[in-house]
Design a protein around this ligand. Structure first.
Ligand SMILES: C[S@@+](CC[C@H](N)C(=O)[O-])C[C@H]1O[C@@H](n2cnc3c(N)ncnc32)[C@H](O)[C@@H]1O
Length: 238
C-alpha cells in the first residue's frame, strides 16, 4: 500500500457492524439504488469515501471500472476483503486506495464519468474543497452523485426504528441483525453527540447551491426523502 493517510476515528469501532448491517438497511438499499441508476452507463467511477465498498461492489460486478478510496484503515480492510472474494475479472476493475476526500490521492486518474460520495460529506470540515476535487476529477458531462445528512443532529434512532419495522414486516429481523444493530446503536450515539464526529450538514437546496459554486452546471436529481427524510440525494452534471 502507498504511504497512508489513515485516521484513528469512530470508523475503527464501527467497521464490522457497519459492514454487516448497513447493506441490509432498506433505506440504504433505496439510496444506493438511486446512485446505481444514475451511474449506469458510466464506465469509470471514483467512489470517494468508499468505506467497505458497498457501492463499488455492484458497479464493478456490472462491468464498470471503480477507484475507491477512504481514510479509515478498518473500513478499507473490509473493502479489500470484499474485492478479494470477487472473481479475477471483477477484481481487475476495482482499485482500492487509502486517501482523503479533501485532496484525492494522486493515483486517482481524472476524467471520470462519475464521482460517488455516499454518506461522506457530513464528516468533512471543508465541503467546498471536496466538491471542487470531485469537479476537477470529472470529464465534461460527468456526474457527481452525493448523499448526506440534512440535520445537524440526525435522528439515527428514527432510522433504526423504521428499519426494524421494515425488517419485521419482511421477516428478516434475525438475531445476527439484532446483534449488529445493538453495536451500531452505541456507535451511532457517539456519532451523533460528539461534536467532532459529524461536522457538516446541508439541506437539499444548500447542497445544490454548494455544488453550483464548485462549478457543477445541471441538476439531474435533487431529493430530500432518503433515510425517512433524514438524508438528501443530489446528482449533478459537470
Ligand atoms: C457512512 S460511511 C459511507 C461509506 C460508503 N460510502 C458507503 O456507502 O457505504 C462514511 C465513510 O467516509 C469515510 N470518510 C470520512 N471522512 C473522510 C475523509 N476525509 N476522506 C476519506 N474518507 C472519509 C469514513 O472513513 C467512512 O468509511
Amino acid at each position: 500500500m502507498p504511504e497512508t493517510v489513515f485516521v484513528d476515528n469512530i470508523w475503527n469501532d464501527f467497521a464490522h457492524s457497519y459492514d454487516q448491517m448497513i447493506p441490509e438497511l432498506p433505506c440504504y438499499q433505496r439510496q444506493r439504488d438511486k446512485i446505481l441508476r444514475d451511474t449506469r452507463e458510466r464506465a469509470y467511477v471514483i467512489d470517494a469515501g468508499c468505506g467497505t465498498g458497498l457501492v463499488s461492489e455492484p458497479m464493478v460486478r456490472r462491468g464498470q471500472r471503480v477507484v475507491g478510496f477512504d481514510n479509515n484503515e478498518a473500513m478499507l480492510a473490509l473493502a479489500m476483503r470484499r474485492r478479494d472474494s470477487e472473481p479475477e475479472a471483477v477484481r481487475a476493475r476495482w482499485t482500492i486506495l487509502p486517501g482523503d476526500v479533501t485532496s484525492f490521492p494522486l493515483e486517482v486518474e481524472g476524467a471520470a464519468d462519475a464521482v460517488v460520495m455516499n454518506n461522506v460529506l457530513f464528516y468533512v470540515r471543508d465541503p467546498e474543497a471536496v466538491l471542487r476535487e470531485a469537479w476537477t476529477h470529472l470529464k465534461p458531462g460527468g456526474v457527481l452523485c452525493m448523499t448526506s445528512n440534512k440535520r445537524p443532529r440526525p435522528n439515527l434512532e428514527l432510522v433504526l426504528r423504521n428499519s426494524i419495522q421494515e425488517w419485521e414486516a419482511q421477516g428478516r429481523w434475525t438475531q445476527e441483525l439484532q446483534r449488529a444493530v445493538s453495536h451500531h446503536r452505541t456507535c451511532a450515539q457517539r456519532l451523533t453527540t460528539d461534536p467532532n464526529e459529524m461536522v457538516t450538514f446541508l439541506d437539499t437546496d444548500q447542497a445544490v447551491k454548494l455544488l453550483e459554486k464548485a462549478g457543477f452546471s445541471e441538476v439531474l436529481v435533487a431529493d430530500g426523502d432518503d433515510y425517512y427524510g433524514e438524508n438528501f440525494y443530489v446528482c449533478m452534471r459537470k
